[in-house]
Design a protein around this ligand. Structure first.
Ligand code: NAD
Ligand code: DAU
Length: 360
């Protein structure tokens, strides 16, 4: 039985990954989830798995060397799946330091503890170990509007404090692979959407605001392009890279699904109109009049697009969920989890929202 140490498993992608893995492997794996439970971490995301014998939650900060090495001392970890990070670009523009702390120093602690636990006395590493570092396409910077893709060989050119911190963490992983032949892979993925996403990110923010008749803030001219991937497809890609990815390689993961932000907002409005019954009073709120163009994000990357050719050729993964289907599944999930949304938007979220969008 393989033991997975998942960091940041109480967040959006981490919790979807844990659900995916238990659905696929059931009792044949063990998962230890280590998460500091920042504003983005929510144990409600994992309530269906929390009573499993083969699941353990440890509340700890990945920067806490003692706590992390204790986990490695007490468990024979086969695979680390490293999601834990500060993940929101807008927050990084306002408060960069915590991004360096968690994303860079936290990754260094994770690498060091895994290395210490996995290395053999005579050199090399125990068989079958792997560290999967979950990263982002934002490390590659921005593409021109009229073409081009990010490849694994594209130069790193991060622009935001968030992407600079993720690029730094990728470089640390690469340095461990080059220097020590540390058994790792890096995956650089495009924008995810789906269940359990915190409503600071575009898609859940627009769904929640539209249902509440609130303005829909679109940055700049609304024509920035992102390549959207349904989160379950990302979870599958990570599992497949752990199983089949060649050690020391980087794999780009993307949805073949480029859309301008304004297109996303319009699709959400149209899909909400289709899905809400006529008897639902919220249906009348859901109109294009809510769209409000606001000040652009500082240093806003114009376009991201992944060519997931390498992961398809080497690992056999490709995106499966078409956006039309994925957005319906996502909206359905938010309809069915109104309490989840109420809980995460109470308290601190209100302060964040006021400060972030006060001018709009
Ligand atoms: P998220 O913000 O939803 O979740 C992050 C999780 O990490 C939370 O549970 C939080 O409590 C935990 N965490 C934060 N700081 C921690 C610390 N110091 N110690 C322990 N736990 C800590 O993020 P997400 O959107 O699920 O992203 C997960 C990973 O995937 C990140 O590394 C991110 O860079 C990467 N990624 C995200 C996307 C996306 O579209 N969301 C796309 C590509 C890559
Ligand atoms: O590309 C992968 C990255 O995708 C991940 O590494 C990040 O962790 C994740 O947050 C995401 O970053 P983005 O900045 O692309 O996602 P976000 O949802 O914040 O914004 C998507 C686009 O929508 C972006 O062009 C900014 C715009 N936007 C966002 C918000 C929150 C708006 O126009 N209005 C908004 O209110």
């Amino acid at each position: 039985m393989k033991t997975y140490l998942v960091t940041g498993g109480a967040g959006f992608i981490g919790s979807n990954f844990i659900h995916y893995m238990f659905e696929k492997y059931d009792k044949d794996i063990r998962i230890i989830n280590v998460d500091a439970l920042t504003y983005a971490g929510n144990l409600e995301n994992l309530k269906e798995v929390s009573s499993r014998d083969n699941y353990t939650f440890v509340k700890a900060d990945i920067c806490d060397k003692d706590a992390i090495s204790k986990i490695f001392e007490e468990n024979d970890i086969d695979h680390v799946v490293h999601f834990a990070a500060e993940s929101h670009v807008d927050r990084s523009i306002r408060n960069p330091e915590v991004f360096v702390q968690t994303n860079v120093l936290g990754t260094a602690v994770m690498l060091n503890c895994a290395k210490a636990s996995w290395e053999l006395e005579g050199g090399g590493f125990k068989e079958g170990k792997k560290f999967l570092h979950v990263s982002t396409d934002e490390v590659y910077g921005s593409l021109p509007e009229d073409g081009g893709y990010f490849y694994e060989t594209s130069p790193y050119e991060p622009h935001s404090p968030y992407s600079a911190s993720k690029a730094s963490s990728d470089m640390l992983v690469k340095a461990y692979m080059d220097t020590y032949k540390f058994p790792a892979n890096i995956t650089n993925c495009s924008n995810n959407y789906g269940p359990y996403q915190f409503p600071e990110k575009l898609i859940p923010l627009i769904i929640n605001n539209a249902l509440n008749g609130k303005k829909l803030p679109v940055y700049g001219d609304g024509k920035n392009v992102r390549d959207w991937l349904y989160v379950r497809d990302h979870a599958k890609a990570i599992d497949m890279v752990i199983q089949k990815g060649r050690l020391f390689e980087t794999y780009n993961v993307g949805g073949h699904n480029e859309k301008q932000n304004i297109e996303i907002v319009n699709i959400i409005l149209e899909t909400l109109q289709e899905m809400l019954p006529d008897s639902d009073p919220r249906k009348a709120n859901v109109t294009k009049d809510l769209i409000t163009y606001v000040e652009d994000r500082k240093g806003h990357d114009r376009r991201y697009a992944i060519a997931p050719d390498k992961i398809k050729a080497e690992v056999g993964w490709e995106p499966e969920t078409m956006f039309k289907e994925g957005i319906r599944l996502t909206i359905k999930w938010y309809f069915e989890h109104e309490d989840w949304m109420k809980n995460v938007t109470s308290g601190d979220y209100q302060n964040y929202y006021r400060t972030m969008y006060e001018a709009s």
